[in-house]
Each structure stands twice: as structure tokens, then as C-alpha cells.
Ligand binder design. Structure first.
Ligand code: PHB
Length: 399
């Protein structure tokens, strides 16, 4: 849909909304078109991976979105919620057509998605051109809240830069001098690498090598073979989901003595299958085990009942995406087309998040603590805060 067409459509919706409100205000007995429209459920599209290396991430996000809506009696802002799910398979090449299916064919009012940064970039055009409210529950692609930021796009997870920057800062401050970075060769790995380098080098360290392999490949041996010869004090990394399980196991099996660290996705939600190979790994993330607040306690218990497994960062991000939508719809009284009320409330939201205090930056990116964690006995135990209330720089965003 062209931008001008879309603007016309939106103003028509606003006019209809106004007519409806006035008519209702005048106490007419017959329902107006607007009143009928309001009675319809709000269509919420979930575009997430339900297959492939990130399948469990998509499932955990979905569980907690459903959990929050159930906690609210099935309604947000007075509207029933109808969920429409689509498996994006973490395949960027399918992203534009998948976004079109949800936005144009199914006519979703809101899109919560997705996990993979490349897929996020592939749906961003469809989202911004259609003006559909999009809440990103994981994918950290920087452009989404930097140069390509948009008033209808919010993120409740992180930017790829955030956790890795925190890890780099913590290592640098500790006096660590030389590091290598290892990752998949795609947006998330590269942006996390840039964050790590920035934090580390601003605090006295140097990143001397950048080793990559194609997403979602797991033949790590050629990379691992290079590490002992690099003379580094630490290895930083970005891997997640199924790939992270293999990487951590292969790293341990290779007998490399250099400590492994990275963005906390490396050990998040995967400590069970990683087993002893993960013991002692230190990472940085906006969540961890042992965050002591009443919301986290209640959330973890409810998630375990619903999903049959422990909550992780993905579950928290999904829950907060649903919470943020709830805040917006509450303020807009269920009228998704009342953008002024909707976006104002979302921008100003202070969610009661299981991860601790959060707010939103001007570029509609979540601002949050980056915790240091150590994998101990099957838990990512929080040991401190690497950087408090860390906001992505939002470079190039003009909101
Ligand atoms: C991403 O592609 O942005 C991504 C995927 C999985 C994660 C984190 C980031 O755990």
C-alpha cells in the first residue's frame, strides 16, 4: 500500500471513530458503524519462528503473550484478542511475503514479531508502509530503533548492541586486555560484535580477531582450531538457541583454555542440554536467574505452569510486549486507530517487568539494566550489574 493511500485510510478511520464517539455520546439507541467495529476482536498477528534453530525462542515468546492476555481475562483495553500465528522459520527471504500475509490477507491490527534480525529487516518496510503497530519481542537489529526507527515500531527486548556492550565494559574495567569475537555472519552477530568492541576498547581492551561462520551453520571446528594461536585472554561470542548448545559443547570438547563469554543468549534457556560444558561461563544480559522482585516470582511460577519449563529472557520479552500493548490499548480505550493516545502511553510506559526497572527511549527502544551472570549448577546466576539503565544510542532516529 502506498503511503498516501495509507494516510487517507487512517484519516478515514479516525473520522469514523469520531462519528462513532459522538453518536454514542448523544445516546443513540442504534449502534453506529464504529460501535460495531469496536465490538470485533482485535487481531494480533504473531510472526515468530516455530521451527529451526530459534523454535524454542518463538514458543516461549508465544506462551507468555498468551499468559498475559489470559491474566487480563482475554481482553486488552476492553477488546477481545484474536491471535493469528505464522511460522517465519527465521528465513529472511520469506519475510516480506509472510508480513504481507498477516497484514494484507489476514488484516491484523497489531504485529508482534520477530526473533531473527534479518527477518525483522525483511518485514520492516511492510510494517512502516502499512502503519501497522509492531512490537519487536526479540530481534535486536539496530536499524529498527536507529536510522529506520518509526512511530509505529517499539521494541521490548534489546538492541544487539546492548548486552554485548555491557559484557565488553565489564571485561575492560576488570583489566582484560585482548579478546577475539566469534559469531554467525549476520546482522545480530555483527552488531553484537560492534557493541562488545566499543565497550571493551573504551575500557582499555583490544579486539584482535573476528571469526565468523554462516547462519545457522554449526560446523565450529575450523574456527575453534584458530583460537589457541590468537594469544587472547578471552573469547566473546554471539550464538543463541540450538546453535548455542552446539557451540558451548564444542568449545568445551576442544579443550580450549581461554574463557568463553558473550551476549547472554549463549547460555540462555539452553543450560540443560549444554550440561557441564556451560559451567562457569560468564555472560551479560538484561535478565538472569535470581532477580528478586515480586513480579519475577509470580511470572516464573505462572510461566512454568503454562509452558512446563522455566522462564527465560525470551519469555520475559514476550510478556513485556503483551504488557506494552495492554498499556497502549488501555489508554486508547481499545481504539487501535487512536494513534495519539496509543503511542503516547506506550512511549511513557514504565512496565512492571520481571527483569526489573524498564522504560523506553525516544527511539522507542527499551532502556534496562544489563546484568552480569555466571552459569552455575544449571542457572545463569546474576552476580552484578554490568551497566545500569542502558539505553541504545538510537543513532540516526528522528522521532
Ligand atoms: C537476532 O537475530 O536478533 C537474535 C536472535 C536470537 C537471539 C538474539 C538475537 O537470542
Amino acid at each position: 500500500m502506498s503511503k498516501s493511500k495509507n494516510t487517507k485510510l487512517k484519516s478515514l478511520n479516525r473520522r469514523q471513530a469520531l462519528t462513532g464517539t459522538l453518536a454514542l455520546g448523544a445516546g443513540l439507541a442504534l449502534p453506529t458503524r464504529f460501535a460495531i467495529a469496536q465490538a470485533k476482536p482485535l487481531k494480533l498477528g504473531l510472526m515468530l519462528p516455530y521451527s529451526g534453530t530459534f523454535a524454542q525462542l518463538g514458543e516461549n515468546i508465544t506462551h507468555s503473550i498468551e499468559m498475559f492476555i489470559t491474566e487480563k481475562g482475554g481482553k486488552l483495553g476492553g477488546r477481545d484478542i484474536q491471535i493469528i500465528k505464522l511460522d517465519d522459520e527465521s528465513k529472511p527471504e520469506l519475510a516480506p511475503q509472510n508480513a504481507d500475509r498477516l497484514i494484507k490477507r489476514d488484516g491484523v491490527d497489531v504485529l508482534i514479531g520477530t526473533v531473527h534480525s534479518g527477518v525483522q529487516m525483511g518485514i520492516h518496510k511492510a510494517v512502516t508502509e502499512s502503519g501497522t503497530l509492531c512490537i519487536v519481542p526479540n530481534a535486536g537489529a539496530g536499524a529498527v530503533t536507529r536510522n529506520l526507527c518509526a512511530k509505529n515500531v517499539f521494541r521490548t527486548s534489546f538492541s544487539n548492541w546492548q548486552p554485548a556492550y555491557g559484557m565488553g565494559v565489564a571485561l575492560g574495567k576488570r583489566g582484560v586486555k585482548k579478546a577475539a569475537w566469534v559469531t554467525w555472519d549476520y546482522a545480530a552477530g555483527a552488531e553484537a560484535g560492534a557493541g562488545f568492541k566499543e565497550g571493551f576498547e573504551a575500557n582499555g581492551g583490544t579486539v584482535v580477531a573476528n571469526l565468523t561462520l554462516k547462519f545457522p551453520e554449526t560446523n565450529f571446528q575450523p574456527l575453534l582450531a584458530q583460537i589457541p594461536g590468537l594469544g587472547v585472554d578471552v573469547v566473546g561470542s554471539f550464538f543463541a538457541g540450538g546453535g548455542a548448545i552446539n557451540f558451548v559443547k564444542d568449545y568445551a570438547a576442544a579443550g580450549i583454555k581461554v574463557p568463553l563469554t558473550g551476549s547472554g543468549f549463549l547460555t540462555e534457556g539452553v543450560l540443560g542440554p549444554q550440561g557441564a560444558a556451560a559451567e562457569g561461563i560468564e555472560t551479560a544480559l538484561h535478565y538472569g536467574d535470581g532477580i528478586d522482585n515480586p513480579k519475577n516470582t509470580a511470572f516464573r511460577a505462572a510461566f512454568k505452569t503454562k509452558a512446563g519449563r522455566e522462564a527465560d529472557v525470551y519469555a520475559v520479552q514476550g510478556y513485556d510486549a503483551a504488557q506494552l500493548l495492554g498499556v497502549g490499548l488501555e489508554a486508547a480505550k481499545g481504539k487501535i486507530e487512536d494513534e495519539a493516545a496509543l503511542y503516547k502511553a506506550m512511549r511513557e510506559a514504565k512496565l512492571d517487568s520481571p527483569r526489573g526497572p524498564v522504560s523506553f527511549s525516544k527511539s522507542q527502544e527499551i532502556v534496562q539494566n544489563i546484568y552480569l551472570r555466571k552459569a552455575t549448577g544449571g542457572q545463569n546466576k546474576v552476580t552484578g550489574i554490568a551497566v545500569a539503565n542502558l539505553a541504545d544510542p538510537g543513532t540516526g532516529c528522528k522521532l
